[in-house]
Design a protein around this ligand. Structure first.
Ligand code: NAD
Ligand code: MG
Length: 355
């Protein structure tokens, strides 16, 4: 039996995780949390809001599935990594905002860090057991989101409702907007850098509209290995929770004989500047990715409220990065202070852009 603590149980990943857990006798849900929705009967231990590390202390889980959205997921990630408890990580913001500290905690705790993000789950499987010197680069695929093919000018008037119409994935609102700006792929670039210890110049991003290929690894002999499957988060969730067994799932196998065509193209850097901004923040290091993440969370929330234009998201992030000085953070407390400062400035800039 594996004791599972599920954080963010009411979200898109959380609900799919509940389905996976219910389908496996060897997975026992011992604790669950939500941000604000009551979840009284979901698990023996439940918590709504508050400090999630208190719930984890009580639950004594074998694996923590962190499916909280945003910076709020960091304390639970750090708690889990530090103690060497296995972490199934959907909360990519943990590695974006706190990558240096998180990997240091992971090194001390020596537990497993199993990515739930589909591209990273694929990359993990492609890289598992492979000698580092044989790997040339990692390729992350992006669907391109609902606005793929539009020019910058054509993005000026798009609304939150337009952005929430994702072509291939059904997800929470924040990540769906991140997919529309391509910031999601920028966050994933930073996530991959920390997960797989790869320098940024060896991580590529390519647009692949149907999201069937989740990632590729290019090897030094010229071979490229790809991971394929229909876009369904229950696969990476199940993989992470049942690792290393790789349990069966009810997901439909790839239908090849029906004529499967795979298309790839370069991302449009003019229309979607967030991707390059995230790459630069990642290369800058220290707290730059933390500032990028905080500004993005503020800007996306304002866009969803209808208070900020779509193109304003990249503006707010860029200007916030220019205003907040970056330095190494020594602990979560320092990181939280940088996050708060970046949010304050991003909120101020958002108000200026609106008026
Ligand atoms: P969601 O908005 O649907 O759900 C978020 C969950 O977090 C909810 O249960 C909510 O109650 C909880 N939560 C929100 N704020 C909180 C707070 N301050 N404290 C405690 N709990 C809080 O989001 P989602 O789409 O399920 O995404 C969750 C994470 O997984 C994100 O980091 C996202 O980037 C990542 N992810 C999601 C998908 C997907 O398909 N949805 C795919 C890959 C990665
Ligand atoms: Mg992803």
């Amino acid at each position: 039996m594996k004791r599972v603590a599920l954080l963010g149980a009411t979200g898109s990943i959380g609900r799919q995780a509940l389905e996976v857990i219910a389908g496996r006798d060897e997975l026992e849900l011992v604790a669950a949390s939500s941000g604000s929705t009551p979840i009284d009967d979901l698990a023996p231990l439940t918590q709504v809001g508050g400090d999630l590390t208190e719930l984890l202390e009580q639950a004594e889980p074998d694996v923590v599935l962190n499916a909280v959205v945003g910076f709020a997921g960091l304390p639970a990630t750090f708690w889990t990594l530090e103690r060497g408890v296995d972490l199934a990580l959907a909360n990519k913001e943990s590695l974006v905002a706190g990558g240096d500290l998180a990997t240091a905690a992971w090194g001390r705790g020596r537990g497993r860090l199993l990515p739930v993000d589909s591209e990273h789950s694929a990359a993990f499987q492609l890289l598992d057991g492979r000698a580092a010197e044989t790997v040339d680069s990692l390729v992350l695929t992006a669907s391109g989101g609902p606005f793929r093919g539009r020019s910058r000018a054509e993005l000026a008037d798009v609304t939150a409702a337009d952005a929430l119409e994702h072509p291939t994935w059904r997800m929470g609102q924040k990540i769906t907007v991140d997919s529309a700006t391509l910031m999601n792929k920028g966050l994933e670039l930073i996530e991959a850098h920390f997960l797989f210890d790869l320098p940024y110049e060896r991580i590529e991003v390519v647009v692949h509209p149907t999201s069937v290929v989740h990632a590729l690894v290019r090897l030094r002999d010229g071979a490229a290995l790809a991971h394929l499957g229909y876009p369904d988060m229950r696969v990476p969730i199940s993989y992470a929770l049942t690792y290393p067994e790789r349990a069966a799932t009810p997901i439909e196998p790839l239908h090849l004989a029906g004529g499967l065509t795979l298309e790839f193209e370069a991302p449009d850097v003019d229309a979607f500047p967030c991707l390059a901004m995230a790459r630069t923040a990642g290369e800058t290091g220290d707290t730059a990715p933390c500032v990028l993440n905080a500004a993005n969370e503020v800007a996306v929330a304002a866009f969803l409220e209808g208070d900020l234009a779509f193109l304003g998201i990249a503006d707010v992030v860029e200007r916030t990065l220019a205003r907040v000085e970056c330095a190494p953070a020594r602990d979560l407390k320092e990181l939280a202070a940088v996050d708060a400062e970046a949010r304050r400035i991003a909120s101020e800039l958002t108000r200026q852009l609106v008026h």
